[in-house]
Design a protein around this ligand. Structure first.
Ligand code: AGP
Length: 587
C-alpha cells in the first residue's frame, strides 16, 4: 500500500514528473497525497487529503523530489499525516510504505532529544532519525543505513536531503523499482510510471539500499557493503487502461470477462499441461492467495478434488506463515494474485523459498514481485484491473484452475475448451441483458438492508464467500458467505422477517441440500434470492444462470453486478471504495 515516486536529474519540473507518476500509483492508496521538492537549501511540500484525480501541483521548479499516495495505517486521514514528512531543519524529507513496529519507543527517545513531531504517523520518526545521524557527522547514505537498521517491521523508505542533493532509499518489504535514464533517475513502487522515461530498471531487493545523486550506488543491508547493480532492460510494455464508454472501471471489467475466459480457453493449453506435470510430481501442493484470490484458491481445492481427484491444500496467504512448518523441498506453493505485490503473499513465498519449496506464480501483473518469485510463471492475461474490487482476475483464476483440474485428470482439452467458451457466451448474455432494469426492485430492496447472507455448498462455497466480499467492499452492506450446511450450527439465529439470503443452487450434487437450507431460512421469514439454472418454489426472486458445465464461473457474475448497482444506488464510488487499496503491501 502507498505509492512512491521520486525523481532526481536534469529536468527542472520534478514536481510535475512526480505528480504524473503518482497518478498511476493511486491504486495503492488514495487517502491523501503529497510531494516534496528541494528549493535552494530547504524542502517545499504540498499535501492534499483525498484522491489525486486530475489535480495539479503548485510547487516551484526543482530537479529533485519525492511524492507519495497514502493508505493510512498510523494516524487518521489528515494533512498532517499525509507524506512526505520533514525533520526539524526542513532539509530532510521522507516517505514510507510499510510499518515501523517500534516507532513509539524511537519517537519517545527523539522527543527527549528535543525533536518536534507534527503527525501521528510512524513514518515521521525517520526524518528525525536521519537528522540525528547527520548531526553525529555521518553522511546521508550512512545515516539511512543506521536509521533503517534501527527500525523494526517491513518497510520501504525514500528520503531526500537538500545539503547532499541526494535521494536515498532502503527496503525490506514493499517494492521499489529504480529507473536509470540519461542523467536522471526515477524511483517508484511499480514500473508503470518509469517505463515512459526509461527501460533500464533495477528491481531493488529486500535488504538493499540505494543512493542517487549524479551517480547510482547500491548497498546491502544491514552491513552497507557496496554491490554491483544488476540492470534489467525491460522489453514488455505496461498496458494502459481507460474506462472507454463505461461509467466505471468495475463495470468495464465485469464486461471484459467473456473475453478473458475465451483467451484462456484458446491459448493456455500448453502452459497448463506443463503446470499439470509439475503438480503431478509435487509432494504436497498448497494454493495461497488473499481476499478474492484466496476464494479462487478455495474453489481450486474443490475443483481438484472433484475433477482431478487430487487433494490440494489451501490457506489465506496471510495465515500461511503459521502453517509452513511442514514444507519441504518437494512442496509446491501455487500463489494466486492479481497485483503480484500483496505482502501477505510475498512474505510466505520468501519463507517457502528459503525452505527450498518450489513456487508457481499465477498473477496478472507482469514483472511484479510474485511473478518474479515463481519457478514457474503463468500470467492471468486479464489485462489491467483498475477497480479495487477484483472481478475479471477472479474469473481468469477460476478458468485456469478449472482447466488445470481437468488436464491433470485427462487430456480432453477439447471438452474443457468448449465448456469455457459456452460459459463465456453465457456470461456475455448476463452482462449485456439489462441486469439493472431487470432487477431494479431487488436492488432497491437490498440497498435498504444492513445484512445479506449468501449460501453455497461444495464448489459454490468459495463463490458464496466471494459474493459476500464483493457486496461488502463495494456496497458497504454487511454480507456473510456461508457453507449451506453451517447455517443451522449458529447463523440461522440471525434470520428474521425479510432477511435477504442469496442461495447459490447450481444443477449439481449440491442442489437438493442447498434448497433444503433455503427452506430452513424461508421458514424463519427469510427472503430467498436464488441464483440457479433451475427455478424453485422457495425462491422469492430468481436470477437465472444457465448451466454450462462450469457454474462456478458464471454464478458469481450476478453478485458482481448486484454489488456494482447497489453501490450506484447508494451513491458510492464502486472503483475506489473507502478504506481500501488495489495493492495491499502492508501486513
Ligand atoms: C478483491 O475484490 C479485493 N479487493 C481483495 O480481496 C484482493 O483480492 C486481495 O487484496 C488480493 O489481491 P491480489 O490478488 O492483488 O494479491
Amino acid at each position: 500500500m502507498c505509492g512512491i515516486f521520486g525523481y532526481i536529474g536534469i529536468k527542472d519540473n520534478a514536481s510535475e514528473i512526480i505528480l504524473k507518476g503518482l497518478k498511476g500509483l493511486e491504486y495503492r492508496g488514495y487517502d491523501s497525497w503529497g510531494i516534496a521538492v528541494k528549493i535552494n537549501d530547504k524542502i517545499s511540500v504540498e499535501k492534499h487529503v483525498g484522491k489525486i484525480g486530475d489535480a495539479k501541483v503548485n510547487l516551484p521548479k526543482s530537479t529533485i523530489g519525492i511524492g507519495h499516495t497514502r493508505w493510512a495505517t498510523h494516524g487518521g486521514v489528515t494533512m498532517e499525516n499525509a507524506h512526505p514528512h520533514l525533520d526539524c531543519t526542513g532539509e530532510i524529507s521522507v516517505l514510507h510504505n510499510g510499518i515501523i513496529e517500534n516507532y513509539r519507543e524511537i519517537k519517545d527517545e527523539l522527543i527527549k532529544k528535543g525533536h518536534k513531531f507534527k503527525s501521528e504517523t510512524d513514518t515521521e520518526v525517520m526524518p528525525h532519525l536521519l537528522e540525528e545521524y547527520l548531526k553525529k557527522g555521518k553522511n546521508f547514505t550512512e545515516s539511512m543505513r543506521l536509521a533503517f537498521n534501527h527500525c523494526k517491521g517491513l518497510s520501504a523508505f525514500v528520503a531526500i536531503n537538500t545539503k547532499s542533493h541526494q535521494i536515498v532509499a532502503a527496503k525490506n518489504g514493499s517494492p521499489l523499482i529504480l529507473g536509470i535514464g540519461e542523467n536522471e533517475f526515477f524511483i517508484a513502487s511499480d514500473a508503470s510510471g518509469i517505463l515512459p522515461y526509461t527501460r533500464n530498471l533495477i528491481f531493488i531487493k529486500d535488504n538493499e539500499m540505494i543512493s542517487l545523486d549524479k551517480n547510482l550506488k547500491l548497498f546491502t543491508l544491514p552491513d552497507g557493503k557496496e554491490i554491483k547493480p544488476k540492470i534489467e532492460v525491460i522489453t514488455w510494455n505496461v498496458e494502459s487502461s481507460s474506462k472507454e464508454n463505461f461509467k466505471h472501471f468495475m463495470l468495464k471489467e465485469i464486461n471484459e470477462q467473456p473475453k478473458v475466459i475465451r483467451n484462456i480457453a484458446e491459448n493456455y493449453e500448453d502452459q497448463i499441461l506443463e503446470l499439470a506435470k509439475i503438480i503431478k510430481k509435487s509432494r504436497g501442493t498448497f494454493f495461497i492467495g488473499c481476499g478474492t484470490a484466496y476464494y479462487a484458491s478455495l474453489a481450486g481445492m474443490y475443483l481438484f478434488s472433484k475433477i482431478a481427484k487430487k487433494h490440494v491444500n489451501t490457506a489465506p496467504a496471510s495465515e500461511f506463515n503459521y502453517l509452513e512448518d511442514f514444507l519441504t523441498k518437494e512442496s509446491l506453493i501455487i500463489a494466486l494474485s492479481q497485483s503480484g505485490e500483496t505482502i501477505d503473499v510475498v512474505e510466505p513465498l520468501s519463507r517457502a523459498k528459503r525452505k527450498g519449496a518450489k513456487i508457481v506464480s499465477i498473477v496478472n501483473a507482469l514483472g511484479s514481485t510474485v511473478y518474479r518469485m515463481g519457478d514457474f510463471k503463468l500470467l492471468l492475461g486479464a489485462g489491467p484491473e483498475k477497480a479495487v474490487a477484483s472481478t475479471k482476475a477472479y474469473i481468469a483464476k477460476l478458468s485456469i484452475l478449472f482447466m488445470l483440474a481437468n488436464l491433470i485428470d485427462n487430456n480432453n482439452f477439447k471438452s474443457v475448451k468448449n465448456i469455457l467458451l459456452k460459459t463465456a457466451d453465457q456470461i456475455e448474455k448476463i452482462v449485456t441483458d439489462g441486469f439493472e432494469n431487470k432487477y431494479k426492485n431487488l436492488i432497491k430492496f437490498l440497498s435498504k438492508k444492513e445484512n445479506v447472507y449468501i449460501i453455497g455448498r461444495g464448489i459454490s462455497y468459495g463463490t458464496a464467500l466471494e459474493g459476500a466480499l464483493k457486496l461488502k467492499e463495494i456496497s458497504y452492506i454487511h454480507a456473510e458467505g456461508l457453507a449451506g450446511g453451517e447455517l443451522k450450527h449458529g447463523p440461522l439465529a440471525l434470520i428474521e422477517k425479510n432477511s435477504p439470503c442469496i442461495v447459490l443452487a447450481p444443477d449439481d450434487d449440491t442442489y437438493d441440500a442447498i434448497i433444503s437450507n433455503a427452506m430452513e431460512i424461508k421458514a424463519r421469514g427469510g427472503y430467498i434470492i436464488g441464483i440457479s439454472s433451475k427455478k424453485s418454489d422457495v425462491f422469492d426472486e430468481f436470477i437465472e444462470v444457465k448451466e454450462t458445465g462450469c457454474s462456478i464461473i458464471s454464478q458469481v457474475i450476478p453478485m458482481q453486478l448486484l454489488s456494482y448497482y447497489l453501490a450506484l444506488e447508494k451513491n458510492l464510488d464502486p472503483d475506489k471504495p473507502r478504506n481500501l487499496a488495489k495493492s495491499v503491501t502492508v501486513k
